[in-house]
Design a protein around this ligand. Structure first.
Ligand code: ASP
Length: 429
């Protein structure tokens, strides 16, 4: 699955073409016209329509977040209860997944702070209100971050798009569901599962519209952003994510695998090559799941009892590449907007990035949809944010491919480590 696309051309090629079209129109109108021509009704209208296309696309993306994330988390967590006696295995698996995601986020945090790709950029947009850094959410202490996660009214959290509250409630709801008698659990879970599948399809359909959104967003970026350094900053952002995710995939995860199992990571990479290539070419960990299971069982020798539990759960909740990206992406946006995030604000980003990666669906570009959640949590909103995210979307595909491969590899490392600890790996590896 490379995500639904309109027509036969793969979506990422369409997005690439859209980016060029948007950039050409933007540059043509900005540099190729006299001031009078630029003020003519036709040009003003064209600019308004293109800008509107970009805004519409961002609104559509935001529209799916609440139901997609809520249902994704409940379904992912509740799958723990599909078989009996999974308590210990469930806790071990979730513990491991949280550990590797936090390691990934730490790398994202470090690379973004060291490289600081968005520093020194100004993107003043005509008519768009600038962000007042003092208005950003500033939790007083790490404890306050936890406190903020608990929604006193879950229905209000849904209505107000309080994502921290929604994620927290969905996690607890999913866990509680696993303890319910079959009759109740199945009824609710079937319903939420159908909701999740429908939302995945809807999200896919909206992402298929990305080329239109990208034309509009890239057009506006080129037409209106005054400071050309924004575009080199975008390149630096790309490199930051590339370096961070590669570090996690090629250094941290292999070390973790070795430390826990003493297995040769290179051999494990070789075992997983089909899954990695599938993840890379589909940008979807859900679509890759069957291949991941095949590699982990047939090549790495993990017993099906373990892999059939650890891998589907991992494909939904364990996304190291996405977690790293959420954190680094938000820090980049904050840097571009001139918002110098304090320590506690960065901690808020860490916690929300973890939750956003848990809630992200395993489909192409899901990580980009989730970035709004982390942005919202720190209070980064407004039109500039839309433009920056749009520009990030235009160059997202290669990053998504790498994130997805990392997500899948982390699941497989989890499966081998858990199986090893349970004595369920065949000695052939
Ligand atoms: N495409 C990724 C996945 O399926 C999610 C993301 O966009 O980060 O794992």
């Amino acid at each position: 699955m490379s995500g639904p696309s309109i027509g036969k051309t793969p979506l990422h090629i369409q997005i690439f073409i859209a980016m060029i079209i948007g950039a050409l129109i933007g540059a043509g109108l900005r540099f190729g016209l006299t001031d009078t021509a630029r003020d003519s009704t036709a040009v003003v209208w064209l600019a308004a329509i293109l800008t509107g296309m970009g805004k519409l696309f961002i609104s559509l993306l935001k529209m799916v977040i609440v139901p997609l994330v809520g249902s994704s988390i409940v379904v992912g967590v509740a799958s723990i209860g599909d078989s009996k006696n999974l308590g210990r295995l469930g806790i071990k698996t979730l513990g491991f997944y949280t550990l590797t995601s936090l390691l990934a986020i730490t790398i994202g945090l470090a690379t973004s702070n060291i490289i600081a790709p968005g520093n020194g950029v100004e993107i003043a947009l005509e008519g768009a209100k600038a962000v007042d850094p003092s208005k950003l959410s500033t939790p007083g202490s790490p404890f306050e971050i936890i406190l903020r996660m608990v929604p006193t009214n879950p229905v209000a959290a849904l209505a107000d798009m309080d994502m921290l509250g929604i994620i927290f409630f969905s996690l607890i709801f999913g866990v509680t569901l696993t303890t319910m008698p079959d009759e109740h659990r199945d009824r609710l879970l079937n319903f939420i599962n159908s909701l999740f599948e429908t939302m995945m399809k809807m999200t896919g359909a909206i992402i298929a519209l990305a080329p239109f959104g990208v034309v509009g967003l890239v057009f506006r970026a080129i037409y209106e952003i005054e400071d050309p350094s924004f575009f080199s900053a975008l390149g630096a952002y790309f490199m930051t994510i590339l370096i961070g995710v590669s570090l996690h995939l090629f250094v941290v995860l292999p070390i973790v695998l070795y430390l826990f199992t003493r297995k040769n990571p290179l051999v494990h990479f070789a075992h997983m090559r089909n899954a990695l290539l599938t993840a890379f070419s589909t940008s979807s960990s859900s679509a890759t799941l069957p291949v991941t299971m095949e590699c982990v069982e047939e090549q790495a020798g993990v017993n099906n009892k373990i892999s059939s539990f650890v891998l589907p759960l991992g494909a939904t909740v364990n996304m190291d590449g996405t977690a790293l990206y959420e954190c680094a992406g938000v820090l980049f946006i904050a840097q571009v907007m001139g918002a110098d995030l304090s320590f506690t604000q960065q901690m808020l980003v860490v916690v929300t990035a973890l939750l956003a990666s848990i809630g992200a669906a395993g489909i192409p570009s899901a990580g980009l949809v989730m970035i709004f959640i982390v942005l919202d949590a720190v209070g980064l909103k407004g039109e500039q944010v839309g433009i920056i995210v749009g520009s990030m979307l235009a160059i997202d595909r290669p990053l998504d491919m790498l994130r997805t491969a990392t997500n899948v590899f982390s699941d497989s490392v989890g499966a081998v480590i858990i199986a090893h600890s349970e004595g369920e790996v065949e000695p052939k590896t």
